[in-house]
Write a protein that binds this ligand. Structure first.
Ligand code: GDP
Ligand code: IMO
Ligand code: MG
Length: 452
């Protein structure tokens, strides 16, 4: 057995479904107990909401620890960074009085999302057969990760900051991209090498002070026993290796992505918090076995305000998918479940749980690899009594109605992990903790000033 390194509190927060589970809210909530918050995957495709009182912050590239002055926010080497989008986010927060850039560190190994990535993302979606469209966020994520793997056409912060001939190299890359876009889509996307170089130069000038060797920084932090929260983007079912391929994103979204994406030893993570809603949602295309294409689905969407944080698209809604969730729990070694949006399910006479996939007459308890087969699958549903109480005023786990506690018990049994945190509303305070997470937050909250 490898020995754990660093603080025994080091934790990964990750999504257990198709994204938008409420990771941002939980990351922000736990910040009083941590010194660092590190994003390890994805890019501006993420949209993490943090609600404090009547203020609502939508974070895309910035880690969700950014509202806490004692926290160092780190964008790791595994994140693909659109420098213009990042600056836009920093400036928007500045207008709200949040000095986001103060404690921000960006890995010099992180790859850059450039205009041609976003153009290719859009053109490839438009050109695809409707049934083959992924429904991406059009943030250039897939094309940028593809360049990273291709290597010869990739650009990292370190390449630009080295100062040696990066602009000539970028111009050559743009020439190649124009030729590729023209060959594949019949247009060159209107790319102009001079303006791409000039815009990037200006953006890097503003970001340069924050770009550093975050691998060394986190190595030292681990050595010093500082407490680190690793914040995942997207969700387990969108993982490039383990999700509902090809309807996935292009990175390793779960705890297995932390070591590579944050630049830390694999033994640096002690706890894995798997976040999921008390029902399921998905934006974009792809199989969704527990989907409710009916009034119940519409009701969940309206009650849960299920519209994308990044794109504003309506989210597809369905019952809680225990098959998909257990798959993610097992794969990522989830130690605790966060069950969000229990309040949204109030007023349903009964609530459904998908406990199996009926695939061509065979009942499966784990998702098959073949997307077409998964698309044909029907949910095997079980129903539990619903609850009518408004949960938003509840502040202690023990005060939850018996029907809600029974639902939580059933979720724990089915997904094989304890539910330690539940959400009863979007606001920071609308979160109930039990067990070790309650005591961790209670002991550290008093010691660490909450700075938002
Ligand atoms: P993330 O991408 O995982 O951070 O999640 P998003 O921010 O994209 O979407 C989650 C949405 O649900 C946001 O609007 C949150 O404010 C909201 N939210 C999170 N937890 C709860 C909860 O327990 N109840 C309710 N009603 N809303 C919640
Ligand atoms: P957060 O971090 C929800 C989905 C897109 C699309 C697929 C591929 O807020 O949970 P991409 O732009 O990554 O190539 O799109 O993945 N997707 C998300 N859905 N929440 C996200 O992030 C997502 N990030 C990507 O809708 O179906
Ligand atoms: Mg989101």
């Amino acid at each position: 057995m490898a020995t754990r390194v660093g603080s025994e509190l080091n934790t990964c927060i990750m999504g257990l479904a198709w994204g938008d589970e409420g990771k941002g809210k939980i990351t922000d909530l736990l910040c009083p107990a941590f010194d660092f918050v590190v994003r390890y995957n994805g890019g501006a495709n993420a949209g993490h909401t943090v609600c404090v009182g009547d203020r609502r912050f939508a974070l895309h590239l910035l880690p969700s620890g950014i509202l806490h002055q004692h926290v160092t926010s780190v964008i790791g080497p595994g994140v693909v960074v659109d420098p213009t989008a990042l600056l836009g986010e920093i400036d928007a927060l500045a207008e709200s009085g949040i000095r986001a850039a103060e404690n921000l560190k960006i890995s010099d190994r992180a790859h850059l999302v450039l205009p041609y990535h976003k153009i290719e993302d859009t053109l490839s979606e438009t050109a695809a057969d409707p049934s083959g469209r992924i429904g991406t966020t059009a943030r250039g994520i897939g094309p940028c990760y593809a360049d990273k793997m291709r290597r010869t056409s990739a650009v990292r912060f370190a390449d630009v900051l080295s100062g040696d001939g990066w602009s000539d190299r970028l111009r050559r890359i743009v020439v190649g991209k124009k030729a590729m876009l023209t060959a594949m889509y019949g247009e060159d996307g209107g790319l102009d090498a001079d303006s791409i170089v000039a815009d990037l130069g200006r953006a890097i000038e503003r970001l340069a002070d924050h770009v550093t060797d975050t691998t060394a920084l986190l190595g030292d932090a681990i050595g010093a026993g500082r407490r680190i929260l690793f914040e995942g983007a997207n969700g387990m079912l969108l993982d490039v290796d383990h999700g509902t391929y090809p309807f996935v994103t292009s990175s390793s979204t779960g705890a297995h992505g932390v070591a590579a994406g944050a630049g830390v030893p694999r033994t640096a993570v002690s706890h894995v918090l798997g976040v999921t809603k008390a029902y399921a949602t998905r934006v974009g295309s792809g199989p969704f076995v527990a989907e409710l294409v009916d009034e119940t689905g519409d009701l969940i969407r309206e009650r849960g305000h299920e519209y994308g944080t990044t794109t504003g698209r309506p989210r597809r809604c369905g019952w809680f998918d225990a098959v998909a969730t257990r798959y993610g729990v097992r794969l990522a070694g989830v130690t605790d479940i966060v069950l969000a949006h229990l309040d949204t399910l109030s007023s349903f006479d009964r609530v459904g749980i998908c406990v199996g996939y009926d695939c061509d007459g065979e009942i499966l308890d784990t998702p098959p690899a073949d997307a077409a087969r998964l698309e044909r699958a029907k949910p095997v549903l079980e129903f539990m009594p619903g609850w009518s109480e408004d949960l938003r005023g509840v502040r202690r786990f023990e005060e939850l109605p018996a029907t809600v506690l029974a639902y939580i018990d059933r979720v724990e049994q089915l997904v094989e992990a304890p539910v330690s945190i539940v959400g009863v509303g979007p606001e920071r305070t609308e979160t109930l903790l039990r067990g070790r997470w309650r005591s961790i937050l209670e002991t550290t909250a008093s010691a660490t000033a909450n700075e938002s």
